[in-house]
Design a protein around this ligand. Sequence first.
Ligand code: GSY
Length: 178
Amino acid sequence: MADRVTAFLGLGGNIGDPAAAMGVALRAVDADPSGSVVSVSSLYRTPPWGKTDQPAFLNAVARIETTLSPQDLLSLCLAEERLLKRVRRERWGPRTIDIDILLYGDRTIDEDGLTVPHPRLAERAFVLVPLAEIAPRMEIGGRRIDALLRELDGSGIERVTNDGNWWRLPTEGTLPGS
Ligand code: GSY
């Protein structure tokens, strides 16, 4: 049997019901025979980064264990995005759901379409805040996550669930932002 690797996924969206879409995606990853979801952060409402004249996002981070290669994990994430009829009209613009591989074990990967660790991980408070919730002692590029966060503007980031159990049950229309 293939070894299990710990990986972290970043999820976000700001069109339609992103919380429901992220829940569907995480339940599919958990149900897949290739692995399981180990823990998920709370949901956070976050100001848009990049293109700022768009609605706030909902973001979360999940720790998973997987026997998939990074490329096959990416394919699984992209298949989920497709199933959820991901809409993305422009770069850095609004989208129904985005699923990024943030980290895959301690691997560094630089291929067409797959860069791990995610190249802008250390610059984005909307990723680091939920990641710090589930992996507070993590180091990225040799620096502690709490030190990285102190250098970023986390203003406007709001935790909207009490815990990381929001993804377990279908929630259409019942969570903030939906
Ligand atoms: O890179 C993911 C898509 N995205 C986001 C996001 O998920 N959250 C916030 N707050 N801003 C974003 N800008 C982009 S592009």
